[in-house]
Design a protein around this ligand. Structure first.
Ligand code: NDP
Length: 313
């Protein structure tokens, strides 16, 4: 068993920013990086909207910079994932990798979120054989091929644009008659000569002998003019949103219907004093690197205050 003043779970922009602030405040935080060190940004391409990076930066570079900055101030950054916890009494007990017990005075949960799937049997059947939720990870395999991206938000547009740089043709499959993405992303997608956007269209299955060779689609699903048709594609990329990684905390904290940890509005405070949630795991609205970093900062400041009050300083 090991004790710490501040345990940070997760290593996206929220976790590392919390680690930078907590280290500088003298809390000697321990940060466990989780199953995906660096978080979702390591699977994204260029980040163009993080203030200060005038020419953009790759997700991998930004996370490496944040990690090194946290370590520079003394954060103890470790591999490993929290697998269970007991937040019912203080100090809080967190089990890492099913074996190691950590007792923490404060916990900052910054476990992020994971990509959602449509729930089709074919997604499992063709996992790793043409179905992916990460264009940056797998796009390389589709150079000069035809692919489809499912979704109509910023992620889907970003994936479609990234893939259009590699593939011969990209279909964007959007279930509504509009894109939910930001205006600039919509324009880039709709103006791109290699991207064909299929509005009012759902993917209901995939087919192929050895890996994906096409997708079964339905236009105007459930309506009078519903029409089924197939397209030939070599790969399908899902970009339909995310599920927060909050499962191990569900017996202790309040979650919303999707699983996002509920916090006191405008703060990273959960219903348990000393336990804070920052970044995508608690943010159904913004989910940006910059907002995650901001909430990580706030969580570390709150952790410092909590410890100061608890110790009577
Ligand atoms: P969103 O929730 O914004 O969009 C999800 C999209 O997937 C919507 O078009 C939705 O359709 C569609 N969808 C959801 N479920 C299904 C389904 N079962 N079948 C078909 N389509 C489905 O998620 P994103 O991941 O795109 O974005 C999340 C947040 O992150 C947003 O706030 C976004 O702005 C932000 N983001 C910002 C980026 C940037 O600034 N560079 C890059 C990526 C994301 P419908 O509209 O019909 O609900």
């Amino acid at each position: 068993m090991e004790k710490t003043k501040c345990l940070i779970i997760g290593s996206g922009p929220a976790g590392f920013t919390a680690a930078i602030y907590a280290s500088r405040a003298g809390l000697a935080p321990i940060l466990y990086e989780g199953l995906q060190p660096g978080g979702q940004l390591t699977t994204t391409g260029e980040i163009e909207n993080f203030p200060g990076y005038v020419d953009g930066v790759t997700g991998i570079k930004m996370m490496d910079d944040l990690r090194r900055q946290a370590i520079r101030f003394g954060a103890d950054v470790r591999p490993g994932a929290a697998t269970s916890c007991d937040l019912s009494t203080s100090p809080f007990k967190i089990i890492i990798d099913r074996t190691k017990l950590i007792e923490a005075q404060t916990v900052i949960i910054s476990t992020g979120a994971c990509a959602k799937y449509l729930g089709l049997e074919d997604e499992k059947k063709y996992a790793g054989q043409g179905v992916s939720a990460c264009a940056t990870c797998d796009g390389f395999f589709y150079r000069r091929k035809t692919v489809a991206v499912v979704g109509g938000g910023d992620s889907a547009c970003e994936e479609a644009l990234y893939l259009a740089g590699l593939a011969e043709k990209v279909y964007l499959i959007v279930r509504k008659d509009y894109l939910r993405a930001s205006k600039i992303m919509q324009e880039r997608v709709l103006d791109h000569p290699k991207i064909e956007t299929l509005f009012n269209t759902n993917a209901i299955g995939f087919f192929g002998e050895h890996g994906v060779q096409g997708a079964h689609l339905v236009r105007f699903m459930g309506e009078e003019n519903e029409k089924q048709f197939d397209i030939a594609v070599d790969g399908i990329f899902l970009a339909i949103g995310h599920t927060p990684n909050s499962l191990i905390f569900k017996n202790f904290l309040d979650l919303d219907e999707t699983g996002y940890i509920k916090t006191v509005p405008g703060t990273p405070k959960t219903k348990i004093p000393g336990v804070f949630a920052a970044g995508d795991v608690a943010d159904p609205n913004y989910r940006q690197a910059i907002t995650a970093a901001g909430s990580g900062c706030a969580a570390a400041i709150e952790a410092e205050r909590f410890i100061a009050i608890s110790s009577g300083n």
